[in-house]
Design a protein around this ligand. Structure first.
Ligand SMILES: Cc1ncc(COP(=O)(O)O)c(C=O)c1O
Length: 421
């Protein structure tokens, strides 16, 4: 593989720590749902920086707003009040129906804060060894605590001893969580993604969310929903759990919140909003003016331009078209997800498709070895969705045909599924 890399990649690589399985592509700029590499090749972006570029690239409203903010104030310390924190927090509170917000910069930081908060919630109630219920196939990040909460042995391998205090249960099984927590007075919270992203695009059922809300209420546990990947309009509601009609107590956000500028947030309801006191938690970059402006403007543009309705419209069109083209095809297990967070599960590992799609001018991801994940910018049009299908479907058909006939395909075949989140 190394021999096939263009010279600019080799020149750029030696000083960067080798933690990602990268494709031999370097992107230089983007416009809308398209990006170009340094050699001038154009790609349709159905990955959106892994569910980050909510408004695509070079958005005509976002970029001038960020340029304006750059000239005013990029960063200042949390020693001082940052008025834009209040502006963004008030918007998130209004959209979620919750009470207040802690700001940070990434998804794992938001989840780490949520886990600390759950422990403090327990300690405040006199529980000395608090435990949090987490899920099979979950992905919550790569810090020691969040990788311990993650349900993927590949993410955890080599990093033991893991943080204790987690009880793992299967998805969508209310009896299983009741059994796993029976007579355990140390449980303080239940923590999951409304739709698992990295684990293979597995949604929690709406009824399960309602049942878990009831269980948490009965037992005085915190309901903590990781909306880092599925939140911020991606599924057609501001937050994916809103399809079920419930509210969480704690909601970590990141990824799409800043349309590419790093912003993380933990949005809390009344049960969790006052657990942290001054000195309990903090971060240097969290809530800086540039990040806050990115969040405020992202929400403004999502609202002004009807972008969430577009996610429903284009997502529905994309899914229906994929179902029409792929359903019943041997080797296609199913198509699932909501809005513009879709997974196509194949019966075989399909990491090779990543490179093959890029060769054809389409950026996608493959997660959990055999699930093609589409998380494009929410501004994607139905015509662009048709372009995704026109490139992807023949590739999937050829890939499955080759698998059945035991052939390998393409010079850029990428053997390992990339786990870059
Ligand atoms: C659901 C979820 N939580 C947390 C994270 C970690 O976010 P970050 O990579 O910003 O630390 C991710 C990243 O993919 C995620 O999908």
């Amino acid at each position: 593989m190394t021999a096939a890399l263009p010279p600019f990649i080799e020149a750029a690589s030696p000083h960067v720590m080798n933690t990602y399985g990268r494709l031999p592509i370097a992107l230089s700029h983007g416009q809308g749902c398209h990006v170009w590499d340094v050699n001038g090749k154009r790609y349709l972006d159905a990955l959106g920086g892994i569910a980050v570029n909510t408004l695509g690239h070079n958005h005509p409203k976002l970029v001038p707003a960020l340029q304006d903010q750059l000239t005013k104030l990029i960063h200042c310390s949390n020693y001082y009040h940052v008025p834009l924190q209040e502006t963004l927090a008030a918007r998130l509170v209004a959209l979620s129906g919750l009470e207040n917000v802690f700001f940070c910069s990434t998804g794992l930081e938001a989840n780490e804060a949520a886990l600390k908060l759950a422990r403090k919630y327990g300690h405040d109630k006199g529980i000395e060894l608090p435990e949090v219920v987490v899920y099979e196939k979950a992905f919550h990040g790569r810090s020691i605590a969040t990788l311990s909460a993650t349900g993927n042995p590949k993410v955890q391998a080599g990093f033991g001893p893991l943080v204790g205090g987690f009880i793992r249960v299967p998805l969508n099984n209310i009896e299983a969580i009741k059994a796993a927590t029976a007579n355990n007075p140390n449980v303080v919270a239940v923590f999951f993604e409304a739709i698992q992203g990295e684990g293979g695009v597995h949604p929690m059922n709406d009824q399960y969310l309602r049942d878990i809300r009831q269980l948490c209420d009965e037992r005085d546990w915190l309901l903590m929903i990781d909306e880092v990947q599925c939140g911020m309009g991606r599924t057609g509601k501001w937050f994916a759990h809103q399809w079920s009609g419930i509210k969480p107590d704690v909601m970590p956000l990141a990824k799409g919140l800043g349309s590419g500028v790093p912003v993380g947030a933990v949005v809390c309801g009344p049960k969790a909003a006052h657990v942290f006191k001054p000195g309990n938690h903090g971060t240097t970059f969290g809530g800086n003016p540039l990040a806050m402006r990115a969040g405020v403007e992202t929400i403004r543009i999502l609202e002004e331009d009807g972008v969430i309705a577009n996610a429903v419209h284009t997502g529905g069109h994309l899914r229906a078209t994929l179902e029409r083209e792929l359903s019943g095809l041997a080797g296609v297990v199913n198509i699932r997800g909501r809005g513009l967070m879709l997974g196509i599960e194949l019966a075989v590992p399909c990491g090779d498709l990543l490179g093959q799609a890029a060769d054809e001018g389409l950026l996608i991801s493959v997660t959990a070895d055999s699930v093609i994940r589409l998380v494009p910018p929410l501004i994607m049009t139905t015509a662009e969705a048709d372009e995704v299908v026109a490139i992807l479907v023949p590739l999937i058909k050829q890939f499955l045909f080759d698998k059945m006939h035991n052939k390998t395909h393409g010079a850029s075949a990428h053997k390992e599924s990339l786990i870059n989140e």
